[in-house]
Design a protein around this ligand. Structure first.
Ligand SMILES: [Zn+2]
Ligand SMILES: [Zn+2]
Length: 544
C-alpha cells in the first residue's frame, strides 16, 4: 500500500494563502487554495498566492478541489490553479457563490462548481470526502472528513465552537464525535488562536455592545466590517431596523457579497431598511462600508481624507470599526482613525468596546476538537510557526502526543503506524501578482524595495576602444542625495572614478564587464562608508 502524503503549499508558518494537498498513489485532492494580501513593503503587488509548481508538475494526479469556506485566504488563489488544472471545485453554496464572482473577474467560465451540503459525501479517486458543518466568521463554513485507504483525516478548516450562532447552525460536534469513535488517523486543526486561553465568545455577544454604540450615536453611524462577514452585516441591518435607521452600503466588495448572499438566501435586507438614495436625517442613517484594515483604496480610508465621492464625514458622525486589526496593518488603521477624528467623527474600535469577536477557536475549543476526534497523529495548521508549536503543545496536554509541526513545502507521509517527514521540500513560496493579474517576479519586488529605501545611482563612463575615458564620468542619482547640496560629494566620486580608470592595467580596461564590476564595487563601498546607504548602482560603459 502506498503511503498517504500530506503536503502543505501555504498557510503553515504564515497567516494567509492556505493550501493543503493530500496524495494517495496517483491521486491527489486539494483542500483550500487561498491568497494573502501584501504589506506596505511589497510595492506594486496586489495579491500573493502560493507557489503551485508542485501541483502544475503533477497536474494529472489532481482530482478535485475542496473549499472549507469563502474567505480570501482559502479561495483567493483558486483562479490561478483552475486556469491550469481545470478540475471540479466542491464547496458550500455561499463559498461557490463568492468563487463564481471571482472566476468571472478572471473570465474563467469552464470550471465545474459542485455545491455540497453538510454530511454530503463526495468520492474523488480514492478519497471519500464528507463535509461537516462548523461555525466561523462567515456563513457556510465546513470541515472535511477525508476517508483514505490509510485511514480517516479530519481537516477542520477555520472554525470556532459557537453554540449560539446567528443562523442557529452550530458546529456538528456529533459527526466529529462519530469519526472520533470510529478512529481518526490524522487531525489537521486551525491554530489561529492557539495562544488565546478560554473560549471565543459567541457572535451574538457583540449585539449588546453594538446596540449601546447605536443608542449613543447622536448622528450618522458609519460602520465597517469584513465584507464577507454576512452575519455581522445581518446584525447591523437588524439593529438599524430596530432603531428606525436606513442602511446604505458603500464599497464594491461589500455590495457584491451582500447581493450574492441575499440571492442565495443568507441575508435578509428588507426594503424598509434600504436607503433609497434621497438625503435623509443623519439620525436615521447607517452607512455600512469597507476598509477595516485602513487599506488606502477602501471607502472608509477615502472618507477619512475627504476624498470619497458620496460620503463626507462631519461632526457628529460615529464610526464603528467592527473588526480586528490584522497584525501588520496597525499603522494604516491608526492613521485612518486619526484622519477620521480630524474630520470631526467619533471612532469606536474593537479594543475599546466588545464590537468584534474572533472567528477562530481558542484553547478550550481546540482541546475539545482534539478530544472529540482523538486522532492518532496531529498536524497544526493555519498559523505562524509560533501558533503551530503552541497548538502541538496543547495537544500534548490533552494526551495526543503525536503532534508534528511541519511547514510549507514539507512532505509528511503516513504508512501503517509510521509517520515521517521527508528530508526534501517540494517547491513552495510566494508568487506576487499585480493589479493586471500578471506575475511580478520576486527579484522585481526586491528591486522596488531596494529603490524605495536607498534610491539609485547611474554612472556613465564614455570610453574609447582602449577603454580610456574620453571625458569625465557622469553621475546621476535619484532618491539618494540632494544633488545641489552634494556637488562636492559627486565631485569627489568623479575624481575617484577617474583615478580608477588611470590606474587600471590596459588589458583590464578593454574588458567592459570587468570595468562595470569595478565601478559598481567602488561606488558601493563609497556610499556604504560615507552614508551607510546601499543604493542600486547601474554602471554604464559607453564606447564611443
Ligand atoms: Zn476564515
Ligand atoms: Zn483562514
Amino acid at each position: 500500500m502506498p503511503p498517504l502524503r500530506i503536503i502543505p503549499l501555504g498557510g503553515l508558518s504564515e497567516i494567509g494563502m492556505n493550501l493543503m494537498v493530500f496524495e494517495y498513489g496517483d491521486s491527489a485532492i486539494v483542500v483550500d487554495c487561498g491568497m494573502m494580501f501584501p504589506d506596505a513593503a511589497t510595492l506594486g503587488v496586489d495579491v500573493i498566492v502560493p507557489d503551485m509548481t508542485y501541483l502544475f508538475d503533477n497536474a494529472a494526479r489532481v482530482k478535485a478541489i475542496f473549499l472549507t469556506h469563502a474567505h480570501e485566504d482559502h479561495i483567493g488563489a483558486v483562479p490561478f490553479l483552475v486556469e491550469r488544472i481545470p478540475v471540479p471545485v466542491y464547496g458550500m453554496p455561499l463559498t461557490l457563490g463568492f468563487l463564481r464572482d471571482k472566476l468571472e473577474e478572471f473570465s474563467i467560465d469552464d470550471i465545474e462548481l459542485r455545491a455540497i451540503k453538510p454530511r454530503d459525501v463526495v468520492q474523488a479517486g480514492p478519497f471519500r470526502v464528507e463535509a461537516i458543518r462548523v461555525t466561523h466568521s462567515i456563513v457556510d463554513a465546513v470541515a472535511f472528513a477525508i476517508g483514505t485507504p490509510a485511514g480517516t483525516v479530519i481537516h477542520t478548516g477555520d472554525f470556532k465552537i459557537d453554540h449560539t450562532p446567528i443562523d442557529g447552525r452550530s458546529t456538528d460536534l456529533a459527526t466529529l464525535g462519530r469519526y472520533g469513535e470510529e478512529g481518526v488517523l490524522l487531525l489537521l486543526s486551525d491554530s489561529t488562536n492557539a495562544l488565546v486561553a478560554g473560549h471565543c465568545p459567541s457572535e451574538v455577544s457583540i449585539a449588546t455592545a453594538l446596540q449601546t454604540a447605536f443608542m449613543n450615536a447622536s448622528g450618522r453611524i458609519i460602520i465597517t466590517t469584513f465584507a464577507s462577514h454576512i452575519h455581522r452585516i445581518q446584525q447591523v441591518i437588524d439593529l438599524a431596523r430596530k432603531q428606525g435607521r436606513r442602511v446604505f452600503m458603500v464599497g464594491r466588495s461589500l455590495v457584491d457579497n451582500a447581493e450574492t448572499a441575499e440571492r442565495l438566501g443568507y441575508l435578509r435586507f428588507p426594503r424598509d431598511v434600504r436607503a433609497d438614495g434621497a438625503e435623509v436625517d443623519p439620525r436615521r442613517t447607517v452607512i455600512l462600508t469597507t476598509g477595516t484594515q485602513g487599506e488606502a483604496s477602501s471607502a472608509l480610508s477615502r472618507m477619512a481624507i475627504g476624498e470619497h465621492k458620496h460620503v463626507e464625514i462631519t461632526r457628529g458622525d460615529t464610526v464603528i470599526i467592527s473588526a480586528r486589526t490584522i497584525p501588520g496593518n496597525e499603522r494604516a488603521v491608526a492613521h485612518m482613525i486619526d484622519n477620521l477624528y480630524r474630520q470631526g467623527a467619533e471612532v469606536l474600535t474593537w479594543d475599546m468596546a466588545e464590537i468584534h469577536v474572533s472567528g477562530h477557536a481558542c484553547q478550550e475549543e481546540l482541546k475539545l476538537m482534539l478530544n472529540l476526534t482523538r486522532p492518532k497523529f496531529f498536524i497544526p495548521i493555519h498559523g505562524t510557526l509560533r501558533h503551530l508549536i503552541h497548538h502541538a503543545r496543547l495537544a500534548e496536554q490533552v494526551g495526543i502526543p503525536h503532534g508534528v509541526v511541519i511547514t510549507n513545502g514539507q512532505v509528511a507521509e503516513i504508512e501503517g503506524d509510521e509517520f515521517r517527514v521527508l528530508e526534501e521540500r517540494v517547491p513552495n513560496g510566494k508568487v506576487f501578482i499585480d493589479a493586471e493579474a500578471e506575475e511580478v517576479p520576486e527579484i522585481v519586488v526586491r528591486d522596488r524595495q531596494h529603490l524605495a529605501e536607498d534610491g539609485f545611482v547611474i554612472v556613465v563612463a564614455a570610453v574609447d576602444s582602449d577603454g580610456k575615458l574620453v571625458r569625465d564620468p557622469e553621475i546621476i542619482t535619484r532618491g539618494l542625495v540632494h544633488v545641489d547640496s552634494n556637488q562636492e560629494m559627486l565631485e569627489e566620486l568623479r575624481r575617484m572614478l577617474i583615478g580608477m580608470f588611470t590606474e587600471m592595467p590596459a588589458e583590464e580596461l578593454r574588458d567592459s564587464e570587468l570595468l562595470q564590476e569595478s565601478m559598481r564595487g567602488m561606488l558601493k563601498r563609497y556610499f556604504r562608508k560615507t552614508m551607510g546607504r546601499r543604493p542600486m548602482i547601474l554602471p554604464v560603459i559607453w564606447e564611443m
